[in-house]
Design a protein around this ligand. Structure first.
Ligand code: RIB
Ligand code: CA
Length: 319
């Protein structure tokens, strides 16, 4: 029986690629896709989710939950390496949702429909997850697993010296989720920084005669250009694709049970993920943190899944 997945995304290039991988992965059923502000403002994230689903027209449509601003607003416009919403290049047509449901409502309903069977893969700020846990206090114990993309253990931050982007955008939500009783798996920058999409990958993507190939070849060049101009890097990170692989292929990752929390204040350290590694920790262990990864098998798996998605999604339709 396919595993049930809820994807919470702030698309964002790497979120968009992860969404494609999940929609066409044979072993899972994406029961819902909920959008959250982060890489792009909440309304743009919701529009991008609808646009991607409308363009791909997957065989099984997930429910959609729309996003709203975090309680304290978004502290940044766009991600550290990307100065643009790369999905704009695809000019996706968006069918306005007749009755948009809030993301947290959809998360609660889908988990309640299948208690203990739904894995949530959070690929953006944790605003929606925290709100769902507030809305239904039993929910943390009803979620099978919660995979979280972001944070750092020993790696430096990417949006500030101390903080990774998703934690920085809504640190209060992140702290609530870290302190919740859900079964949490964190895939931090220490691990996701090891995977890059390079120009070699770019030229070997599925054909642009396929919907997936055309979409990737449209949104990726602006991302590559932005990384080169802003970071001087010949390639791009795909953090969220690595986190999705951790959820789908746990055998490729090794975890350490740790006691973690999130700094919510401070001028320098807002959003920093902090772990108690004292000889006699005072904090309770509350999260499994990915520390090792079989990088080559993760990359091979990602690329093979993109090929499969291109085959499943089929050809570009005549414009
Ligand atoms: O720090 C990387 C994370 O921030 C990824 O999820 C990326 O999509 C952005 O949301
Ligand atoms: Ca993301």
């Amino acid at each position: 029986m396919p595993r049930k997945i809820i994807l919470d995304v702030d698309p964002g290039v790497d979120d968009a690629i992860a969404l494609i991988l999940a929609l066409y992965h044979p072993g899972i059923e994406v029961v819902a896709v909920t959008s959250v502000g982060g890489n792009v403002p909440p309304n743009v994230a919701s529009r991008n989710v609808s646009g991607i689903l409308g363009f791909l027209d997957p065989p099984r449509w997930p429910r959609v939950g729309v996003s709203s601003l975090p309680d304290d607003g978004l502290p940044v416009q766009g991600r550290y390496g990307l100065s643009v919403d790369c999905l704009e290049a695809a000019q996706l047509k968006v069918a306005e949702l007749r009755s948009p449901h809030p993301a947290e409502k959809v998360i609660c309903e889908e988990v309640r429909t299948a208690p203990g069977q739904v894995t949530i893969v959070a690929l953006g700020p944790l605003t929606n997850i925290a709100r769902a846990f507030r809305r239904d206090p039993e929910l943390p114990t009803l979620v099978a697993k919660l995979f979280i993309s972001g944070g750092t253990v020993a790696a430096g931050g990417n949006v500030t010296a101390a903080a990774e982007f998703n934690m920085y955008c809504d640190p209060k939500a992140a702290r609530e989720v870290f302190r919740s009783s859900s079964t949490k798996f964190l895939v931090p920058l220490d691990v996701t920084n090891r995977v890059m999409l390079t120009f070699d990958h770019l030229v070997n993507l599925p054909s642009e005669a396929t919907r997936v190939g055309w979409f990737l070849r449209t949104i990726l060049p602006p991302a590559f250009l932005s990384y080169r101009q802003r970071l001087g890097i010949e390639g791009i990170h795909i953090h969220d694709c690595v986190t999705l692989m951790a959820a789908l292929h746990p055998e490729l990752f090794e975890y350490e049970e740790m006691a973690g929390d999130v700094e919510t204040g401070g001028e320098l350290c807002r959003g920093a993920t902090v772990f108690d590694r004292r000889r006699v920790p005072a904090w309770q262990r509350n999260i499994a943190v990915a520390r090792k990864m079989d990088t080559s098998r993760v990359v091979d798996g990602l690329l093979a899944s993109l090929e499969r998605a291109a085959w499943e999604a089929g050809p570009m339709l005549p414009q």
